[in-house]
Design a protein around this ligand. Structure first.
Ligand SMILES: Cc1cc2nc3c(=O)[nH]c(=O)nc-3n(C[C@H](O)[C@H](O)[C@H](O)COP(=O)(O)OP(=O)(O)OC[C@H]3O[C@@H](n4cnc5c(N)ncnc54)[C@H](O)[C@@H]3O)c2cc1C
Length: 438
């Protein structure tokens, strides 16, 4: 018999869906192992929790995420939110706020909820709806912006303060563009390198002094999201203090510093709860006994490893992560466990539409699930996140909402299967409960 690591639950995928499920299960007392090819899209995305920002086909953003969930479900009854419900999303946000507040970045918090979408500034000077965002972003809420200074750092080549400011102007917000050097001794630098530089007290004091010289009479200052990796709360509050006005971050191209902060917070929570994380391990085969998966095997840089569990959570993402594949004959398949798919275009229907940004016929494809998020044809596999069918997160601005809430809900369902008991949300660390819509 080949050796295998045995756990109560194996979670496949370390994006926000898999980590949320794993943390909740480990907190409930289950033995959990997360195995993942890589670290998921958390580090690519801006760290905002978009729940329901748009109704596809409508131009105006949705004012209320709660109402957005209801409208998405009414229009698309197979939408993942139909299986989750508003209450699960609300509980998930409360849990996330508490998890961030109790995490390793003391003073770093998220705010928001289901009552109203914030409209936050993007790198192009657009205003995007989001339900929940880190404290370093929320001063950029459009409703509060009058005269804003957008400041770039020349070493960060992909952020253009003039472009951002001009588009804000076009949206009716008085905005000016500036540049301040943050010298790392080389011509260009990534957002991550700049954030690490600002973790240093002396560097951020010098940066604050240079900023003070350019921001003029603005009421708020927008900077690319480089305000510290491990010291973000200190960097943010020191800049605000020194400049005497609100300072907010604007998302950058990947790697996303606020995404890395969120990933680190979730990873820390998993470790603290006793869960195990194995990165760089790609599931390449599995074994079954009837409708039950009994073992998965991974390829790693070292030797292959086997993992056995009573229950499995599939949180391996969609086409973007390689968990779903489309071959040259337009046949889609689930690449990790070979599970049946749902949301496929009808036989003979077009396979793509000409407008790239329109909804593509394969956009809603995902792993077929029963109402309890159990995979069709695999009695001990539960599905979470972008693996679920029925949503078009890019068009709905719903990606993180679905990922986190389905991870949270799957943990409850799997906990019941393995005899573990997840803590009720109200007993979590001090969640700013008023931040989550009643
Ligand atoms: C560039 C980018 C920007 C985004 N911006 C936003 C945004 O602004 N707002 C928002 O709400 N959402 C955004 N999203 C979407 C959002 O991040 C995702 O919908 C959400 O994070 C999905 O999470 P997930 O955990 O389901 O999947 P993922 O984050 O994709 O994680 C999948 C995990 O499965 C692992 N995996 C895949 N195949 C295997 C295998 N064979 N074996 C082992 N592991 C495997 C991967 O390595 C990874 O760890 C963005 C996504 C991307 C890519």
């Amino acid at each position: 018999m080949r050796g295998a690591l045995r756990s109560d639950v194996v979670v496949i995928g370390a994006g926000s869906a898999g980590l949320t499920a794993a943390i909740r299960l480990a907190q409930a007392g289950a033995q959990v192992t997360v195995i993942a090819k890589g670290s998921g899209s958390t580090q690519l995305a801006p760290g905002w929790i978009d729940v329901a920002g748009y109704m596809p086909g409508e131009r105006a953003p949705l004012a209320s995420p709660r109402r957005g969930i209801e409208r998405l479900v009414a229009r698309w009854p197979d939408h993942p939110y139909a299986l989750l419900g508003v209450q699960a999303v609300k509980d998930t946000l409360a849990w996330l706020l508490a998890t961030v507040a109790a995490g390793p970045l003391a003073g770093y918090t998220y705010s928001g909820g289901l009552d109203a979408n914030m409209r936050l500034v993007t790198a192009l000077g657009g205003l995007r709806p989001s339900a929940c965002a880190p404290v370093t972003f929320t001063a950029g809420e459009a409703a509060g912006l009058r005269r804003v200074a957008i400041v770039g750092v020349p070493a960060l080549r992909d952020f253009h303060p003039r472009l951002c400011a001009d588009n804000l102007l076009a949206a009716g917000i008085e905005a000016s563009a500036h540049s301040v050097a943050l010298d790392l001794g080389r011509a260009d630098a990534s957002a991550l390198a700049l954030a690490r530089a600002l973790d240093d007290t002396r560097a951020r004091r010098a940066f604050a002094a240079s900023l003070a010289a350019v921001v003029g009479a603005s009421d708020a200052v927008g900077l690319p999201a480089i305000l510290g990796l491990h010291e973000a709360p200190a960097v943010h509050s020191e800049l605000q203090e020194r400049l005497g006005r609100p300072v907010f971050e604007i998302p950058t191209l990947p790697p996303s510093v606020p995404g890395l902060r969120l990933y680190e917070i979730l990873r820390h929570a998993l470790r603290a709860a006793g869960g195990r994380l194995v990165l760089g391990a790609s599931v390449v085969s599995h074994e079954r006994s009837g409708e039950r998966v009994t073992r998965v095997d991974t390829a790693t840089a070292g030797s292959p490893s086997g993992y056995e569990a009573e229950q499995y959570v599939l949180a391996s993402g969609g086409f973007h992560s390689g968990a779903l594949e489309l071959d040259s004959h337009w046949q889609a398949r689930e690449a990790v466990l070979g599970l049946p798919l749902a949301g496929l275009p009808r036989e003979g229907a077009p396979r793509f539409v000409a407008d790239y940004f329109d909804e593509q016929p394969f956009s809603r494809v995902g792993v077929a699930v029963h109402a309890d998020l159990r995979a069709v044809g695999a009695a001990n596999v539960f599905v979470a996140g972008a693996s679920l069918p029925g949503a078009v997160p890019w068009r709905e601005a719903s990606g993180e909402g679905i990922a986190l809430a389905s991870g949270y809900r799957v943990a409850e369902l799997v906990a019941a299967e393995v005899g573990a008991t997840p803590a009720p949300q109200s007993s979590g660390a001090a969640a700013p409960a008023e931040g989550v819509g009643a």
